[in-house]
Design a binder for this molecule. Structure first.
Ligand code: ATP
Ligand code: MG
Length: 421
């Protein structure tokens, strides 16, 4: 156990950590371009927040939450998603008294006790966006545009699938239609779907069991149960997407796995690289959550994007790049005086903004230069008694083999000038 990580978790290090930096930088740039600011909420919340807002009939609440009692006997849960915490903060801090819409984004770890497989983890990371306040379709489209821009910037290839599940009345109407349809096919469906039929038949549309999927492909569409206001909203979303030339497919099978959605729901489904776990982003509107959490009645729209899946898709499409800074200069040494001076110069160069490095393992000079090569330093030099006496050293360009004589006091200028060239 000491050397095994818990099932479904990951270590991110080395070159991969730079891939994550690259992805996170692009995400921040785009989110901030749309006027969103970052929110960081606690890693755990009171269990009832998720039970109520994510929904008692969802897989997340029923089967997947990491719930524990703290030392004071309170029930806490590691967050399985980001929306509930953001809305809790919005209500607790009375942010509705400020300027609306409040546009938030986050990148955070989420925890779900699922069966680990490719693209499915017990700790996964999500980039999420929430526009809180507005009920207008313009905001659904802005949020979708952020997701689309991020997917494009990262090089993922995914198709926007969009649907409307209406407000409570439309869903109630549709529940009855669906119950009847599922009732007719009940023997061939999985145990989960059988138990869901009364509590939340909508969930059967989300079932991943192949046989249930096939049966649900023939189910009546929720679109026929929408009221006029729901239909107007959905038509406006599509009209605005058309105006922005954002491509989509209307897919009445998209209902999303969480209880809090109203009206617009959408998923970006990867075009091939991800295999079975192909939904890279899921989101929609949840116009009841602020009120349900104790705030005023107001609209909200947002999404969660799986960052591991995003990176997998980018890698499959060959787009990933990294931001690893290159060591500009390696300061080697021979002898004790050189060893001390080397550490001093490296330290001073770093303070002046030069990526410098040296040997801290007491290596011989040959091994030092091998190390300089391994860490991909651009230049190297060696400080011996001679160099210290003259105050000058020969710098070697590790890429070309070119050599330059440089004053030891002018290393900063040399590095900065050659970097600019
Ligand atoms: P799925 O249908 O794949 O289980 P979901 O509907 O449960 O997804 P959401 O709760 O909407 O997913 O989360 C948003 C996004 O987060 C998903 O589209 C997916 O990209 C990612 N995601 C969700 N669960 C996991 C997980 N266990 N491991 C990795 N990524 C995940
Ligand atoms: Mg899930």
């Amino acid at each position: 156990m000491l050397t095994t990580k818990p099932k479904g978790t990951q270590d991110i290090y080395g070159a991969d950590s730079y891939h994550w930096h690259w992805m996170e930088k692009k995400i921040r740039e785009i989110a901030e371009f749309y006027g969103a600011t970052e929110i960081r909420t606690p890693t755990f919340e009171h269990t009832e927040l998720f039970a109520k807002n994510v929904g008692e009939t969802t897989d997340i609440v029923n089967k997947e939450m990491y719930t524990f009692l703290d030392r004071g006997g309170r029930s806490l849960t590691l967050r399985p998603e980001g929306t509930a915490g953001a809305i809790r903060c919005f209500v607790e801090e009375k942010l509705y008294a400020g300027t609306l819409p409040l546009k938030l984004y986050y990148m955070m770890s989420n925890f779900r006790g699922e069966k680990p497989q490719k693209g499915r983890f017990r700790e996964h990371r999500q980039f999420g966006v929430e526009f809180i306040g507005p009920a207008e379709a313009e905001n659904d489209v802005e949020v979708i545009a952020i997701a689309k821009d991020v997917l494009e910037a990262i090089g993922a290839k995914a198709t926007l699938n969009i649907n409307s599940i209406g407000e409570a009345d439309a869903r109630e109407k549709y529940h009855n239609v669906l119950k009847e349809y599922i009732g007719d096919n009940l023997e061939s469906m999985c145990a989960d779907c059988k138990s869901r039929i009364d509590r939340n038949p909508l969930r059967a549309l989300d079932c991943k069991v192949p046989n249930c999927k096939e049966i649900m492909d023939g189910a009546p569409s929720i679109q026929d149960s929408l009221n006029e206001a729901d239909k107007d909203h959905f038509e406006r979303v599509l009209k605005l997407l058309d105006a922005l030339s954002i491509k989509y497919v209307v897919n009445p099978r998209i209902v999303r796995g969480l209880d809090y959605y109203t009206r617009t729901v959408f998923e970006f489904i990867d075009d091939g690289a991800l295999g079975a776990q192909s939904t890279v982003c899921g989101g929609g509107r949840y116009d009841n959550m602020v009120e349900q959490t104790g705030g005023p009645k107001m609209g909200c729209v947002g999404f969660g994007m799986g960052m591991e899946r995003l990176l997998m898709s980018a890698k499959a499409n060959g787009k990933v790049s990294d931001l690893a800074p290159r060591r500009q200069i390696f300061i080697g040494y021979i002898g004790e005086a050189g060893r001390v001076l080397s550490q001093k110069i490296v330290y001073e160069l770093r303070q002046k903004g030069v990526h410098a490095d040296g040997d801290t393992m007491g290596r011989g000079v040959k091994a030092q230069l091998k190390y300089a090569d391994k860490i991909n330093a651009k230049y190297s030099l060696v400080l011996g008694d001679d160099e210290i006496e003259k105050g000058a050293a020969q710098i070697k360009d590790m890429d070309t083999g070119d050599k330059y004589d440089v004053d030891i006091n002018e290393l900063e200028e040399f590095c900065k000038k050659s970097k600019a060239d």
